[in-house]
Write a protein of this length. Structure first.
Length: 245
């Protein structure tokens, strides 16, 4: 049985405030193989970790991330629906996450959120931080903006890239190879068994998102899928144990 890696989607987002250090630490504590996070740029050009272009869903702020400085973003409460947390989590900078990654062995999938706003220099800034902290072998850069990840490959061929996509793709392993990707990150609905197996047979890793239901986890564990990206790493790890023994 092939070992399926477990990536914690925005950290342990099912149990902790997404894309916060508390969520990432919980994923590490659970025993996840890696984390997934999202990056954008603040008004003063800092790489910040947050999914939405707007602040309302996950913080007590209003408006666009890009209109606030890092210092202003740091003042917001990023606990949103998890208001039981005594210490209010903050929006982390990507630098903070890189510093923390140096204390463990986790892999990290960095999703560039540059589909709505182009964020000039986002690719260069992410790559500079990855290189500064010596994390090249532990980072995967993904995006729905495939032009952006191809640009990343040209800037840093040593860092893995993986296209994100939500609809069915014909022979996605061919497409991944054509853009020099080493993996694909499809919506789990666009990752039937035959596509997962054919991709892996052709040397392309498959990491579907967002795999939260037990039956979907079991399906992917059974076929030895390269990895799953889930909001519930603890649940996934407990389930995976059954397939390792």
């Amino acid at each position: 049985m092939t070992f399926t890696q477990i990536f914690a989607h925005r950290g342990s987002a099912g149990t902790h405030p997404e894309n916060t250090m508390s969520s990432f630490r919980e994923a590490e504590k659970a025993g996840a193989d890696g984390i997934e996070l999202d990056v954008q740029l603040s008004r003063d050009g800092e790489v910040v970790v947050i999914h939405d272009e707007t602040l309302e869903r996950t913080t007590n702020g209003k408006g666009f991330v890009k209109d606030y400085t890092l210092e202003e973003l740091k003042k917001l409460d990023a606990s949103y629906k998890f208001n039981s947390f005594l210490k209010k989590p903050r929006i982390p900078s990507f630098r903070e996450v890189c510093e923390w990654l140096k204390t463990n062995e986790l892999l990290c999938n960095v999703e560039l959120k540059n589909g709505v706003f182009p964020y000039p220099q986002l690719e260069e800034k992410v790559i500079a931080l990855v290189r500064e902290y010596g994390l090249e072998n532990r980072i995967i850069i993904s995006s729905f903006n495939h032009y952006s990840i191809v640009y990343c490959f040209r800037l840093a061929p040593e860092i893995e890239i993986a296209p994100l996509y939500s609809e069915g793709l014909f022979m996605p392993w061919i497409y991944a190879q054509s853009i020099r990707g080493r993996a694909i990150h499809p919506n789990q609905r666009a990752a039937p068994d035959e596509i997962v197996l054919a991709s892996m047979e052709n040397g392309i890793a498959v990491r579907p998102y967002t795999v939260n239901k037990k039956e979907d986890m079991i399906r992917l564990f059974k076929i030895g899928c390269s990895a799953i990206i889930t909001d519930y790493p603890k649940k996934a790890l407990e389930l995976r144990e059954q397939f390792i023994k």
